[in-house]
Design a protein around this ligand. Structure first.
Ligand code: PLP
Length: 367
């Protein structure tokens, strides 16, 4: 008997999550300095972290001998000060991936199912399958979520439906009115999990109204993160917003100290750093335009994106990925998302985007 046989079938069947290739590993393999590597693979903020967060972190370094505040009091107040929610609506997570897992742990049993879209964020099937529940993948429409098909896929044993808006890795966006109608139309036995990891990058006219819906929809869970626009991916902090009873159940299955002290200190400061978010939005919007123009010049199709990344169709994506990697440019293959001809690239600063586009042109034999 191999130790593998000791795990239940539903664990053995989980496809491991493949993260973006780390800079240090790439530098080692290529014999290059880390500073020469350009990583545009994990939708990290090319401007770094909120300076206010960094300053707050320096001030907290003397506080590390103590356990963090397991109730997350200060961070919940900081969130409630900015959104139309109360602390009782909030569940803090070690990244929003943690929140996604908490929803699954609190609401799924092996006899249940959860619904999500083709080309949706890989963490949804992961958390569902870790429970031993059934994942129902619904075909996408134009790479985006087909809300009618998602609703139609709901069964009596369905407890969760995951919708990312914008979605990763496609960058597709659906109007909030459509999302609201979708949530309103779900049966009572289903929670809608709306993943808003990239919400800060949306233009003002598309800003998410969902926290204001919590009074109306007891079956709504919203997830947000400090990993993307706030530039704190390495600290791991995100949060969920839900009806107080839903939040309370999720908190029951949460580890008592799931979010570390520095992460909470940094998040409190970052949430108030409107200047950093404004600059991140500006750099992203112009970088997205730069990438799209570059793709058009190369005659490449891309999926119009509302996030801080864009998926471009390059043909033999594995080969192009390798060519880019040899030049020290790391992007993200998305074959595992059912998109074998695409690569996903994170929007960088203007010089980073230029370097990537030049390397891409060479990889395609058009340099
Ligand atoms: C990056 C991302 C997250 C955030 O993950 P964290 O755990 O908060 O770092 C969540 N959902 C989607 C769709 C993402 O792309």
């Amino acid at each position: 008997m191999s130790p593998r046989d000791l795990a239940p079938a539903h664990v053995r069947e989980i496809a491991p999550y493949v993260p973006g290739k780390p800079v240090a590993e790439t530098a080692r393999e290529l014999g290059l300095a880390e500073a020469d590597i350009l990583k545009l693979a994990s939708n990290e903020n090319p401007l770094g972290s909120s300076p206010r967060a960094i300053e707050a972190l320096r001030g907290a370094l003397g506080e590390l001998a103590w356990y963090p505040d397991g109730s997350g009091h200060d961070l919940k107040l900081a969130i409630a000060a900015r959104l139309p929610v109360d602390p009782a609506n909030i569940v803090l997570g070690n990244g929003s991936n943690d929140v996604l897992e908490l929803v699954a742990r609190a609401f799924l049993t092996p006899g249940d199912s959860a619904v999500y879209s083709q080309h949706a964020f890989m963490v949804y099937p992961l958390v569902v399958k870790a429970i031993g529940a059934r994942g129902i993948e619904v075909p996408a429409r134009d790479y985006g979520h087909d809300l009618a098909a998602l609703a139609a896929a709901v069964r009596p044993d369905t407890r969760l439906v995951f919708v990312a808006n914008p979605n990763n890795p496609t960058g597709t966006f659906l109007p909030w009115e459509a999302i609201g109608e979708f949530v309103a139309g779900l049966p009572d036995h289903v929670l809608a999990v709306i993943d808003e990891a990239y919400g800060e990058y949306l233009p003002d006219a598309r800003r998410s109204p969902t926290p204001g819906w919590l009074g109306r929809f007891p079956n709504l869970v919203i997830t947000r993160t400090l990993s993307k626009a706030y530039g704190l991916a390495g600290l791991r902090v995100g949060f969920g917003l839900a009806h107080p009873e839903v939040a309370e159940l999720m908190n029951r299955v949460r580890q008592p100290f799931n979010v570390n002290h520095l992460a909470m200190v940094a998040a409190c400061a970052a949430l108030g750093d409107e200047a950093f978010i404004a600059e991140s939005r500006r750099v992203n919007a112009s970088g997205l335009g730069q990438l799209e123009a570059g793709f058009a010049r190369l005659g490449l199709d891309f999926i119009p994106s509302a996030g801080n990344f864009v998926s471009v169709r390059v043909g033999d994506a594995a080969r192009v990925y390798d060519s880019l990697l040899r030049e020290g440019v790391i992007v993200r293959p998305v074959a595992g998302y059912g998109m074998p001809e695409h690569l996903r690239v994170t929007v960088g600063t203007a010089p980073q985007n230029e370097r990537f586009l030049a390397a891409l042109a060479r990889a395609l034999g058009r340099g």
